[in-house]
Design a protein around this ligand. Structure first.
Ligand code: GLA
Length: 531
């Protein structure tokens, strides 16, 4: 049954039930949440993280955000819901008992605001609490005992999303309170995404009963705009993967990206982990003041695609070792997304394998780094040097071809270079520690079945903070100059640099030649990928 058919049929049944209520003694059975909404995690905006209840939360702001969703292409990449949080109302209901918008903040009223948002092809969301009052100390009226009246009002205004908070709940059982509003929303006949904001506070935990009640449920207390808070929410939420799926999501709270309390690296981690965990992506910064860096993060379509993947699986944790965490998200087309996340304050190498992600057995894999956009191939080992508080995210797909590894220690090394094994993590029996001189080089002899481009990935480590560039030559001709081998954070932190090189059929010579007096980085291997 489609969502609209369901809602039509349901509205008719509910209307009949309401008419009959006075003569029936049997209470109406609670209704399962089958509203057909949020098949992928909701994406949009909520003002709370940027404004709380300050005066800048007003009609002009919300209209401005709707405008920016369109003008900056956020709508095009999937952001839909423009939601308002606490403090939109007056502290008292009107004579009929209805909630009233604060005329200072919202002089045109909420219906006009919702109409404006809808006119942009977007959806509109509102907030209240499953208690006698909302959370703000000013004490705005809550929905407890007023569920149907408030749901009807929201529906009449054209509300598409309700965030239902947990403050001032009078100790009434959470399931009872949240089901009452679910049923009230269903009776309106309007499709309304239902966001349970209970913070995982009461027993039994909301994730164990949330699926038939809401489209998403908060799993944690409120996020703040700092690393400790954000990563704490991620840790609490990542163990709840089995409860998430299409129509029913874990919600580790709204995004802080762009609010200024974290570095760009930390915000990329925040956005990456929320997408891996199939969390709602509700922008929490005032986009009217946002710069290119914030938009760049929020509009990373490769990361958004992980969040919105139609299979709707939340990432699970493959390994967690002293703050170095590997997340694995199974995607609808059989690919995996893997996040290598460094919760520590110094750079580190984090690794896993295709087999550990559940897609072992292929001759090769394509790895796409979803932030740098670089691609490379691997026979199964997946690892990266990850900066402090950073997260590297790869989309991993099975390749048809194969990768042939040529160890650097089996190559030819120019005078002064040595084969060393004192820095762990290298492949084979060692690595080349080239002489610290311009012209210092390593050379490999490789075979190509036919002429044409081959992707070559050079494994290396550079424990300094300076780039150690090289010229790349094929069969004696320099084909790339000054190719960067940037610092990896430590001599034990191994990374790769990849280039597509045109090879001749038969045996080829590939040489890396240092162009600065520091010489080359420590070089581990050259991987040649075909297919
Ligand atoms: C609670 C919620 C927050 C926000 C505020 C508003 O703390 O968890 O997300 O809605 O209330 O007062």
């Amino acid at each position: 049954m489609s969502a609209s058919t369901f809602l039509r049929r349901f509205a008719a049944i509910a209307a009949a039930a309401l008419l009959l209520t006075p003569v029936l003694t049997v209470p109406e059975p609670a209704l399962a949440l089958e509203n057909g909404l949020a098949r992928t995690p909701p994406m949009g905006f909520n003002n709370w993280n940027s404004t709380h209840c300050r005066a800048e939360f007003d009609e002009a702001m919300i209209k401005g955000i709707a405008d920016i969703f369109v003008s900056q292409g956020l709508k095009d990449v999937g952001y839909r819901y423009v939601n308002i949080d606490d403090c939109w109302a007056l502290p008292t209901r009107n004579a009929q008992g209805d909630l009233q918008p604060d005329p200072k903040r919202f002089p045109s009223g909420i219906k006009a605001l919702a109409d404006y948002v809808h006119s942009k092809g977007l959806k509109f969301g509102i907030y209240t609490s499953a208690g006698t009052k909302t959370c703000n100390t000013a004490g705005f009226p809550g929905g407890l005992g007023h569920e149907q009246r408030d749901a009807n009002l929201f529906a009449s205004w054209g509300v598409d999303y309700l965030k239902y908070d947990n403050c001032n709940n009078q100790g009434v059982d959470a399931q009872k309170r949240y089901k009452a509003m679910r049923d009230a929303l269903a009776r309106t006949g309007r499709p309304i995404v239902y966001s349970i904001c209970e913070w995982g506070r009461s027993e039994p935990k909301v994730w164990t009963w949330g699926e038939p009640v809401g489209n998403l449920w908060r799993t944690t207390g409120d996020i703040s705009d700092n690393w400790t808070s954000m990563i704490g929410k991620a840790k609490a939420n990542r163990v709840l993967a089995k409860y998430a799926g299409p129509g029913h999501w874990n919600d580790p709270d709204m995004l802080e990206v762009g609010n200024g309390g974290m570095t760009a690296t930390e915000y990329r981690t925040h956005f990456s982990l929320w997408a891996m965990m199939a969390a709602p992506l509700l922008i929490g910064s005032d986009l009217r003041k946002a710069g290119a860096e914030t938009f760049g993060i929020l509009k990373n379509t490769d990361i958004i695609a992980l969040d919105q993947d139609p299979l709707g699986k939340q990432a699970t944790v493959v390994s967690s070792d002293g703050g170095l965490v590997v997340y694995n998200k199974v995607l609808a087309n059989g690919d995996r997304a893997v996040a290598l996340s460094n919760e520590n304050t110094s750079a580190a190498t984090i690794g896993t394998t295709a087999a550990a992600l559940g897609i072992g057995g292929a001759p090769s894999y394509l790895l796409k780094d979803l932030w740098s956009k670089a691609t490379r191939t691997t026979t199964g080992k997946i690892s990266a040097s990850v900066p402090a508080h950073g997260t590297v995210v790869y989309r991993v797909s099975k390749g048809s071809g194969s990768v042939t590894r040529h160890e650097a220690e089996a190559g030819t090394v120019s005078a002064g270079g040595t084969i060393d094994s004192n820095h762990a993590g290298f492949s084979g029996t060692g690595f080349v520690n080239g002489a610290n001189a311009v012209g210092s080089h390593v050379e490999w002899k490789v075979d190509a079945a036919s002429a044409g481009p081959v992707r070559v990935s050079f494994g290396y480590a550079n424990g300094t903070t300076s780039n150690r560039p090289v010229d790349v030559s094929v069969n004696g001709t320099v084909v790339a100059t000054g190719v960067a081998f940037a610092g990896t954070g430590a001599w034990t932190a191994w990374s790769t640099v990849s280039r597509s090189l045109d090879l001749a059929a038969g045996t080829n010579t590939i040489r890396l030649t240092a162009t600065t007096p520091d010489g080359p980085a420590n070089l581990d291997y050259a991987d040649l990928a075909t297919g």
